[in-house]
Structures are given as C-alpha cells and as structure tokens.
Design a protein around this ligand. Structure first.
Ligand code: 26Q
Length: 791
C-alpha cells in the first residue's frame, strides 16, 4: 500500500530542496522530477535486496549498444501497482497526471527494433524475477529529433537530459578505467531501476558515461589557454556523446569503435569484479555463474576483450580461457541485409586496440587451423575467416566465439541456417536456435491503452493476462457477442479521437476519426517499402480523380519514420510522401475521402498513442528482409488486423490469429529467390494498370523535390538500378497490384462493422505468443541457464 500522506510530503520536500519552491509555483518539469524522485526513494530497499538475492546464483547480462526505454514515469507507476493512487494524490494537489507524464523526455537511446527489444526484455526479466542486468552506454544525446521543413527531414540534437534524469543514480564508487592505445577514460556507471510488474524484484540497467581522468588541465588554464585546457575533457566525453543512427551500410567509424569497446570493456570489468567478490579467483566457476548475451555484433568485441582479461590479467591459459568464453557468451543476429553486417578495418583496430587485435588474430589463426584439419577447402576457409582482406568480420567472430547464435523469428532463423549463414550452420549445427521476438504487454497494452486493458480485465474477470498473455485466448468465446464487439469498436473510436486531437496539436493537421486509420510506423528503409504504400495512396487518389463517385471508405494514411541522416533515398521517400500529402490534403475535389499525415519525430511515446488507434497495420516489407518486426505485434495486441507480406514474425502472427483475419499479399521469399536474377520491373511498369502513372510522378513534374535530385534517384532505383543493385531491388513494382487488391479487400471488409470487430478480437485473442515474457523465459532456459529468484 502506498502511503499517500508521505508521498505528498515527499514531493513538497523535494521541490523545496531541489528548486527552492513551493508546489504552487513549481513548473510541470519540476513537479515531474519531484514525483519521480519520490517514487525512486520507494525502490531503495527492494533494489538492494534484489542485488543480494541474485548474488549467489547464476546471472545473465544483456550487452547492448542501444536501450530504447522511452518514458519511465507512467510505466514505473503501473508496474509498482500505484498508478491510480498516485493519480489521485496528484489530483488532490491540483495536478493532472497526464501533464506530468507528457513533460517527460523519452530516453531515446536506440534506433528502433533492436533497442526497443532490449527495453522490452528488461521489463519482462524483472517481471519474471530473472536475474538479468543490462549494460550499455549513457549517451548524452539519443537518436536525433526530427522535424519537417518544406517536406524535408531536418535533424536536431536530442537533449533528453535537459530537465535532469531522476531515474538514474550515478555510482562513482563503481567507476572503471577503459584503456585505448592513445588515451584512458573513466567509465562512470549510471544505474536505472528496472521495476517488474507487481513483483518486488528490481533489476538494473547500468549505462556508462565517458569522462576524462582529469577534469581539465590546470596549467593550461592558468596560462589562459582555456580552449586547450578543456580539450581533453571534451575528447573524452565525445565517446558517450551521441548515439549513431543506423545507416543503410555499416561504415566503420573510429568513434563508433571507441563506443563499442568503451562500454564492453567497462561491463566486463564490472562483472568480473563482481564475480571475484563472491567467488574469488576460480575462473573455472565463471560460466556456472555468468551468461552474457551479445545484442547483434555491436558488442562482439567482448569476446577478444574477455580473452584478454583472462589471459593477460588473470593468467588463465589460452585453451581454458577459450572454453570459458565460448560457454559464457551467446549472440543474437537481427539482420538479413548483407550490407548491414559489421566489418572493421584492421588498421583501426591496430591503432586503437593493438592487444585486442592480436588476440583476434590468434583466435582466427587457430580457427583456420581447425578448419584445415577438418578438410575444409581453401575457398571455403577464406569465406569463413574472421580476418579477411584486411577486415574483421564481427558476425563470424560472434558465431565462432559463442555457444549459441539465434535469429529473432522462425523464418529469419531458417534463412540464417539455410542461406545467409549456411556454412556456419553446417559447422556448428547445435549452436543455432530460434527465439521469436516479443513485446511487453505492460507498456504496449496496459499502459498505452487503459480503455481496452480495462475491458479485457472485465471480460476475463481477472487481470492475470498482464503477466500471462496467453490467457487472452479466452476472449475468443466473445467472437459472436455483439455487445462485446460493439464495445471493442467504441474503444477503437475513442483511441482514434485521442490520436486525432494529438495530431491536430502536434502536426497542425485535421484528421477525421470516423475514417479508416491506416498506419505505417517504423524506421525508414527501402526494404520496409514505405514507397509501396505511397504508390498505393497515389493510385487511389488518381482513381478517385477519374471517378469522383468511386465508393471508398474514407481513409487516413498515417506515417511515422526517421531516416538515417546519410541515407539519401530514405530522405527522398519522406519528401515524396510529404509531397503526396500536400497534393491530396489540399485537393477539395476529393472531399476529404483520403488524408495523408506524416507525423514528425516518431518515437516510443508517440508510438504509444498510435498503436491503439490503428484500424489497419502496414507490415509490407519485401519477403525475406524483415528479421522479425515488433511493431507488427504492438498493433496486433491492440486488436488491429495486419495488411502484410509473408515476412519476419508476420508469418507466425497469422498462423496464430488466422489468415482470414488478416490481409496477406505479395510474393513469397521462395519465389523472389527464384526470379531475382531475371526479374525485370519494366514488364510490370508497362502492363500493370495505373502503375506507370504513379511511378512517373517521380519525374513528370507532378511533384517538386527542390532540385535535390531525390525523386529522379528514386525513379532510377526502380527502373534503372545502380552500381550496387538491380532495378527495383525490393520488388515494389512486382507486388504493387497484389497490394492494391489487398487494400481493396480491407476496404470491403471494413464495411461489415461486426465482421471487422471480430477480426480485431481474434488478433487480440491470439497475440499471447508475442509477449516478451515468453521470449525471455526461452532465453533464460535454453541459452542462459538462469532461474527466477523472487525476493
Ligand atoms: C551499425 C553500425 C554503425 C552504426 C549503426 C549500426 C546499427 C545500429 C542499429 C545497425 C543496426 C541497428 C538496428 C537494427 C535493428 O533494429 N534491427 C531490427 O531488430 C528487431 C529486433 O530483433 C527486428 O524485429 C527487426 O526486424 C530488425 O530490423
């Protein structure tokens, strides 16, 4: 039970000490900080206890360059089970909890799916009482803030710490030193509590900030050379200054390598120190007490770094050290795109991390010898060498240096085994596993859709579905219940109204909540095919212009996406969609039958408003390209049918909820595999009705790209190709007609209101598999070998 009197007093006390203010004069952000700190205080005892309880059992560590946590306040109140009580306390103080929640800046320390998955895993592990600690970087600036100027994306620094950071505690006493050839840095840990849902366990997310060994050069300062006096400090702090956006190709940048080594080395030092504290120097016990998960290749440098620690510092001999390493580490692959696989120039490694490089060379040398002994051919060995043509292949190092490699959806893991990593699968068949992704039902339903959440609890006479998501399948029995179906429609309507209002305020665009909300929100990438959606909209528009009586359900197309700043094509697609929006939204002749909105600065907190308000979820990636997707699951959990391809986790979603309740279209991976050498988009361009008309808008003067050449480049990418790819690499023209047909089916199906509601219900009822609670338990049992420990 929350002591509300005490909470009120604490809020007032913190306002007085931190801001020298009484509550009536405090700003919203000051109230937010005071409330957050007061809640933080409530966690102290359980946090300490959790650390103690975990200390004598096996623990797992999630090493990730990204944790896309979003906002903390609402989620923590929900998980502590005090949301309603705190809301009332605030009301008594004349404060609207929504205002306070809305003032919080997102912790946007990630790009997209991979970073958000890490955040969902942290929530699930804490909720399941699993001893899992996250390690990462405390970027001073997260992913850039996006706005549109003239339809073009503009990026600004994200200053998420501007109001302070009440959810972190700086732990100076646990600082470690990270050494590069040219300098040494302090890695100062900032700990965030990860509060499980209705459990007392509190896990830890430990993020390191880079600082210089000395604050500034006193002598230079005294001789009035102020800039030079702080130069070293700035250089040091650069390492954790900003999160790198994921570019379309993984280009090796010095600072990015420094970031990777920085947090990995700090994490390993921290966990080795902790191991020694409880188990002494007996490294034979290490794998018994520690499991370390590498989130993609970004932290894979941990493998040679750990070897260095064991060999150079702990004097363990090579063979034993290698055995410990392989058995401790495991690796998750999140991408199929070849060009996104990380490779590093050996020169960079030699310069910055000579000893780590030496160790990688030894690992590689021994590996090549093993392959030779196994009778591998010269060519095959070359294709698997960790160091080849002066590049270090991080994925190869990851598979060789761990006991488990997993993909993130069934289809994805199959592609890894049979195509992308075939040679490796043949070498290490037992190391390959599938762990289909999931999402946390706390943030993605209980928190972001309280209306639906409350209704589910009412129907099931229990809220146990929040930690046992499979229980949702009991909802199927209401599939023929008109009043339940109508209530579902009412809730959707309400969420659409709320979103509509938010969009009006934030984007200055009016949307009609009675129209069908068609939403595509995800990073901007060619393979995700926002351009296919755009062509579909344009085609619909032209059909309407031709035939103003065309009978369509009014639709609002909503996009949200950030393009990596250096990804020219992705930026071109944003501009193109904004031009389409401009054309359509200002054309009175179509009397508001279609509307297009590209919302700015898509991020976790915006996502929480978008997912619940969708009528249809766009998951239209080229088959075989999206490893899993997790946004797809967030729509599903909010009772939204999918229009999508057979790709990533879509396959498993429709397996659960039924193909008849979704709109699956387009070429399958096998078909694309077969035709990819001979595919000629011109055939489709010439023969598919209406296709030429929409593609040509890129070059016929319909739209203006401000002389950037963006639209012509898009046009060429489809019809001419480029030095690095064939024309229409992502089969947009091929899938166009089927996509249009699938959209027409959506339009028809939506008219039958109860039939539609039934589809929504079935998607909700079968979303249970996609809880990250299920996923994290699979990691715990099948990869890490850890068990729940409730305090
Ligand atoms: C690499 C090198 C240099 C700079 C940045 C990067 C970089 C950063 C982030 C490369 C990739 C990422 C992120 C990848 C990602 O989010 N992948 C997604 O992971 C999800 C969780 O498994 C899947 O659901 C998505 O399908 C996958 O695209």
């Amino acid at each position: 039970m929350l002591n509300t009197r005490e909470l009120k007093a604490n809020i007032k006390r913190i306002l007085r000490t931190d801001y020298i203010k009484t509550i009536d004069k405090a700003k919203d952000y000051e109230k937010y900080n005071a409330l957050s700190k007061a809640i933080m205080e409530l966690t102290i005892d359980n946090w300490d206890k959790t650390i103690e309880v975990y200390s004598n059992s096996k623990q797992a560590y999630y090493l990730s360059a990204e944790f896309l946590m979003g906002r903390a306040l609402g989620n923590n109140l929900l998980n502590l089970g005090i949301y309603e009580e705190v809301k009332e306390v605030l009301e008594e103080l004349n404060i609207d909890i929504n205002d306070i929640e809305e003032i919080e800046e997102d912790a946007g320390l990630g790009n997209g799916g991979l970073g958000r998955l890490a955040a969902c895993f942290m929530d699930s592990a804490a909720t399941k009482n699993l001893p899992l600690t996250g390690y990462g970087i405390r970027y001073s600036h997260g992913l850039f803030k996006q706005s549109f100027k003239n339809g073009f994306q503009v990026e600004k620094a994200d200053n998420w710490l501007k109001y302070g950071d009440p959810w972190s505690v700086r732990r100076d006493e646990d600082t470690v030193i990270v050494e590069f050839a040219d300098c040494s840095l302090k890695a100062v840990p900032y700990d965030m509590p990860v509060i499980g849902y209705k459990t007392s366990n509190i896990n830890k997310l430990r993020l390191f900030k880079a600082e210089p060994l000395e604050d500034f050069d006193f002598e230079l300062f005294n001789s009035q050379e102020y800039n030079r006096a702080v130069e070293k400090k700035n250089r040091a702090e650069d390492v954790s200054r900003v999160l790198y956006p994921n570019e379309s190709t993984a280009e090796g940048k010095t600072l990015r390598l420094k970031q990777q080594y920085f947090f990995v080395s700090a994490a390993l030092q921290d966990l080795v120190r902790n191991f020694k504290k409880y188990h002494g120097n007996n490294f034979d016990l290490f794998k018994k007490y520690n499991a370390i998960q590498l989130n993609d290749t970004h932290p894979v440098i941990a493998i040679p770094e750990f070897m260095r620690i064991l060999i150079d510092e702990e004097k363990v001999e090579w063979k034993k050290a290698w055995e410990i390493t392989v058995n401790t580490f495991s690796y998750t692959n999140h991408t199929i795109l070849r060009e996104a696989l990380e490779e590093w120039d050996i020169e960079l490694y030699k310069k910055l991390l000579p000893r780590v490089y030496e160790i990688i060379k030894i690992i590689d040398g021994r590996f090549i010898r093993e392959l030779g002994e196994e009778g591998y051919s010269y060519n095959k060995i070359n294709s698997m060498k960790i160091i080849y043509k002066n590049k270090i292949h991080m994925a190869w190092l990851a598979i060789h240096g761990t006991h488990a490699t997993n993909g993130v959806a069934k289809l994805h893991t199959d592609i890894l085994k049979n195509q992308e990593l075939k040679d490796w699968y043949e070498l290490y068949p037992d190391r390959f596993l599938n762990k289909t992704n999931g999402i946390t039902p706390r943030r993605w339903l209980a928190l972001c859709n309280k209306e639906l959440s409350g209704f589910i609890t009412e129907l099931l006479s229990s809220d146990s579905w929040i930690t046992d998501l499979k229980a949702l399948k009991e909802l199927e029995k209401f599939a023929g219940d008109k009043s339940v179906l109508n209530k579902l429609l009412d809730i959707k309507q309400l969420k659409k109204q709320q979103l509509s209002e938010y969009i009006r305020i934030n984007e200055g665009v009016e949307t009609n909540p009675n129209s069908l909300f068609d939403i595509q929100i995800k990073r901007l990438h060619e393979y995700k095919r926002q351009l296919l959606n755009a062509f579909g909209i344009l085609d619909l528009y032209f059909r309407l212009k031709e035939n103003p009586d065309l009978d369509i359900i009014p639709r609002t197309f909503i996009f949200g996406a950030k393009a990596a700043p250096g990804y020219f094509r992705a930026k071109g697609i944003i501009k193109f969609i904004n031009e389409i929006a401009n054309l359509i939204n200002n054309d009175e002749s179509i009397s508001n039958k279609i509307k297009v909105v590209f919302i700015q600065n898509y991020r976790v907190s915006y996502a929480e408003k978008l997912f619940p308000a969708a009528d249809i979820s766009e998951q239209i990636s080229t088959a075989g390209k999206e490893a899993s997707g997790t946004g797809n699951m967030k729509f599903m959990l909010n009772g939204t049918p999918t229009i999508g391809t057979y790709d990533g986790a879509n396959v498993e979603m429709v397996q659960e909820a039924g193909e008849e309740n979704n709109f699956i279209f387009g070429a399958r991976m096998e078909e694309l595999e077969k035709i990819k050498e001979t595919y000629d988009p011109i055939e489709y361009y010439d023969s598919v009705k209406g296709l030429k008309r929409v593609v040509n808008t890129l070059i016929d003067g319909t739209f203006d790209d401000g002389d950037t050449g963006m639209f012509e480049d898009l046009y060429n990418s489809l019809l001419e190709g480029a030095s690095w790819h064939r024309p229409d690499n992502y089969f947009i023209l091929k899938d166009f007609d089927e996509y249009r047909k699938a959209q027409d089916k959506v339009d028809k199906a939506y008219r039958d209101r109860l039939g539609w509601a039934r589809k929504c219900l079935m998607n909700l009822a079968y979303a249970g598999k996609f809880s990250s609670d299920r996923t994290i338990m699979e990691y715990a049992k099948e990869i890490w070998g850890i068990e729940a420990k409730k305090i």
